[in-house]
Design a protein around this ligand. Structure first.
Ligand code: KG4
Ligand code: ZN
Length: 362
């Protein structure tokens, strides 16, 4: 049987990405190409993503990135069965560039178009990387989101927890900025933390022990700032110790929330012998957080599925894969599908006060 061949396009933030995904003869997901062009250098001087610069960079790069993805997959546009592009949530300028390009290719070749929710791309990544069966729990921790989701099936998600203030990646980025480490913060905080003492500064574990499954990171960020001010002027060792202490607090908080979510999952699906926790989003690359999650899963008799780092951070393979599942389910979209800067996966989840102030990154 010939499986559908899907081109995916991702431009919702600061990565210009295109990928081609299909299935093997055994129906397992197959990534034929996954091209990601990061704009980190364009934004570095500003300490964060500048929307206008991002949109212009997508315009300049996307044609070439799509071409590279097709060449690497050794396919032509004529071989495609559908084109999937991220249509939300994210930065409007970038979304417009990706959606218009995807729609133009679809219109020119008379192919179906699929408008993908970027968060669905992250949510389905453990199926792309490990062929996970529904249902499973997902921890999505990126620059714009910290969510615990129940992934019940394609298009059916329950948000069990979210952040009431900063996203975890945002907290890492702000910590880095405060300590004058380069953007993006997460990897640099992790690098410095490797040589640090995680016990030197005692920082809070926000929400730890609370029954609701939400996160809060702004108190931790403030505590870190105060600790840094107390210790100033900071030596390199001080910075390492602050990073290690911050990372330990973040990991412990996340593990606590996940421990509770796994209990709830077990109660809901008592017949599932081994509950599964999937991780997605850039912060999922952090090895200290992965270790804490792995310990928590071991305690709960659950399995941790952490996709390869390249699939944790923003990429187009996850968009193409979400497009593939949608295409197989007969879910395609008209060419006038709008882009949406905000687009929660769980329509029934009430927005939390203070959540989504940044909102741009997903
Ligand atoms: O998923 P992602 O690539 O982009 C979106 O936000 O959609 O996530 C980027 C975020 C940034 O905040 C970055 O600092 C964080 O993930 N991050 C990390 C690590 N690598 C990336 N945070 C902690 N440790 C890391 N190793
Ligand atoms: Zn993302």
């Amino acid at each position: 049987m010939n499986h559908p061949l899907i081109l995916g396009i991702e431009t919702s933030c600061d990565e210009t990405a295109a990928a081609v995904v299909t299935r093997t003869e055994n129906a397992e997901p197959a990534i034929l190409s996954n091209v990601v062009l990061s704009q980190i250098e364009e934004h570095a001087a500003f300490g964060g993503v500048v929307p206008e610069i991002a949109a212009r960079a997508h315009v300049e790069a996307l044609d070439g990135v799509v071409r590279a993805a097709l060449i690497e997959a050794t396919v032509t546009v004529d071989a495609l069965d559908a084109v999937a592009a991220t249509v939300g949530p994210g930065l409007v300028g970038g979304l417009m560039v990706g959606a218009m390009t995807g729609k133009a290719i679809a219109a020119a070749r008379d192919l179906p178009f699929i408008g993908v929710n970027h968060l669905e791309g992250h949510a389905l990544t453990p199926r792309l990387s490990h062929g996970l069966a529904y249902p499973y729990l997902l921890l999505l921790v990126s620059g714009g989101h910290s969510q615990i989701l129940l992934v019940k099936g394609l298009g059916t998600y329950e948000r069990w927890g979210t952040t009431i203030d900063d996203a975890l990646g945002e907290a890492f980025d702000k910590t880095a900025k405060l300590l004058e480490l380069p953007h993006p913060g997460g990897p640099n905080v992790e690098r410095m933390a490797a040589a640090g003492d995680p016990k030197r500064f005692s920082l809070p574990r926000p929400m730890k022990g609370e029954a609701r499954l939400d996160f809060s990171f702004s108190g931790l960020k403030t505590a870190l700032r105060l600790a840094a001010e107390d210790a100033a002027p900071l030596s390199e060792q001080d910075v390492s110790d602050l990073c290690a202490s911050f990372q330990a607090a973040a990991a412990e908080t996340v593990a606590d929330r996940i421990g509770r979510a796994l209990v709830r999952f077990r109660a809901l699906y008592p017949d599932q012998a081994e509950p599964v926790l999937g991780v997605a989003g850039g912060v999922g690359a952090n090895s200290r957080i992965r270790a804490a999650l792995s310990a928590e899963c071991a305690k709960a008799g659950a399995r941790l599925v952490a996709p390869p780092l390249a699939l944790c951070s923003d990429n187009a393979a996850m968009i193409a894969y979400a497009g593939l599942e949608r295409f197989e389910a007969g879910l395609t979209d008209p060419l006038d599908t709008p882009i949406r800067s905000r687009w929660p996966l769980d329509r029934d989840a009430a927005p939390l006060v203070g959540h989504g102030r940044r909102g741009a990154k997903a």
